[in-house]
Design a protein around this ligand. Structure first.
Ligand SMILES: NC(=O)c1ccc[n+]([C@@H]2O[C@H](COP(=O)([O-])OP(=O)(O)OC[C@H]3O[C@@H](n4cnc5c(N)ncnc54)[C@H](OP(=O)(O)O)[C@@H]3O)[C@@H](O)[C@H]2O)c1
Length: 323
């Protein structure tokens, strides 16, 4: 068995996924996070279960940090410090409550964190993934405006990378926190599908999957929201109300385990280009939003994202160049 790299694997859904993966001996885990002081204690804890757990400094909101982290990962592979790369889990994510803020590269933080950093990470590591490797994007059911989840959080905007990256700079009323988030998650699904198409054109058998963990209370996702809302979201009453509204409900334990299955269970080895959802202790394939199947929009998103991350000629993998 090989190495599984996960972003945001030290907390929330990612941590539950990491716990499942270390329960199956043989994997090496790489926990990629922006602050190793938060990541290291979790890695130490996971190592007590007898598995190899490495940590990797990587801030997905910073293109320089992603490039440095990917180079370090490649060096670990070259020096046999880790086994062959079997999976990349693009799981880190955030919501940014309040006025629009920007990443070190000047891009709107939600789009930089949830989209561009993972897009670049995949571009830089795809040619080191095993032929049987997998990429899983943790998206969100909120991307679909026809679902209750999407209606509550806010209708996703057009998945135009050039607009979303520069959101708030034009002087008009900026998109709300919720819409910035749902739009970023729509883009994650478009990336997963476009990645699948490019891999198929290159005759690769690498698998690309999009994942909706469902609405999971108690993780750090709402940390920038007002404290009373964070407390309310964890209560039984709120969960009851959300269920009545038709929200897709899950738990961190189940969704983390589902993510672990998507990246390591042979059942999903031929499920590339699909969207899976965790809901009420079941993991099922679902249709994502109508817009997510817009192949022209996905191809444009991909090209524009390459421009935004300043992808150098020598960084472009032959596996992904057939657009
Ligand atoms: N919870 C839900 O209801 C829900 C629903 C649908 C989808 N999701 C998605 O599930 C994924 C996991 O979220 P969660 O609910 O488990 O929330 P969480 O507990 O806040 O986990 C998010 C993780 O992302 C990491 N992260 C955030 N910004 C980062 C950056 N710039 N660089 C590197 N790592 C960064 C965080 O690390 P730090 O400790 O450094 O902040 C944290 O480990 C996210 O993609 C989220 O959008 C969650």
């Amino acid at each position: 068995m090989g190495t599984i790299l996960i972003t945001g694997g030290h907390s929330g859904i990612g941590l539950e996924c990491a716990k499942r993966l270390v329960d199956k001996p043989g994997h090496t885990l790489v926990l990629a996070g922006r602050d190793l002081e938060r990541v290291e204690p979790v890695a130490r804890q996971l190592r007590t279960r007898g598995v190899e757990v490495k940590t990797l400094q990587l801030d997905v909101a910073s293109l320089a940090s992603v490039r440095t982290g990917a180079a370090r990962c490649r060096a670990m592979l070259d020096k046999n410090e880790i086994d062959g790369l079997e999976a990349i889990l693009c799981n880190a994510g955030a919501q940014f409550m309040g006025p629009v803020t920007y990443s070190p590269d000047g891009y709107e933080n939600t789009f930089a964190t949830n989209c561009l950093g993972h897009f670049l990470l995949v571009e830089l590591l795809i040619d080191r993934l095993a032929e049987s490797g997998r990429v899983v994007f943790t998206a969100s059911g909120t991307h679909d405006p026809k679902t209750a989840d999407g209606k509550v959080v806010g209708k996703a905007a057009e998945p135009d990378a050039l607009v979303l990256a520069h959101e708030g700079k034009g002087g008009g009323k900026p998109l709300s926190t919720g819409v910035r988030y749902t739009s970023s998650k729509l883009c994650d699904i478009l990336y997963a599908y476009e990645l699948d198409r490019r891999l198929r054109r290159a005759n690769s058998s690498i698998v690309s999957i999009a994942f909706d963990p469902g609405s999971v209370a108690g993780t750090g996702l709402l940390r920038t929201h007002p404290k009373p809302l964070q407390v309310l979201a964890k209560t039984g009453l709120m969960k009851w109300v959300m269920r009545r509204m038709g929200i897709t409900m899950s738990s961190a334990e189940f969704s983390g385990a589902a993510l672990a299955r998507l990246c390591a269970d042979p059942t999903y080895a031929s499920e590339s280009g699909k969207y899976f959802q965790a809901k009420d202790n079941r993991l099922t394939e679902q249709r994502s939003s109508t817009k997510s199947y817009d192949t022209a929009a996905a191809a444009k998103l991909w090209r524009d994202s390459e421009t935004l991350v300043y992808l150098h000629h020598e960084e472009r993998s032959a596996l992904l160049s057939m657009g």
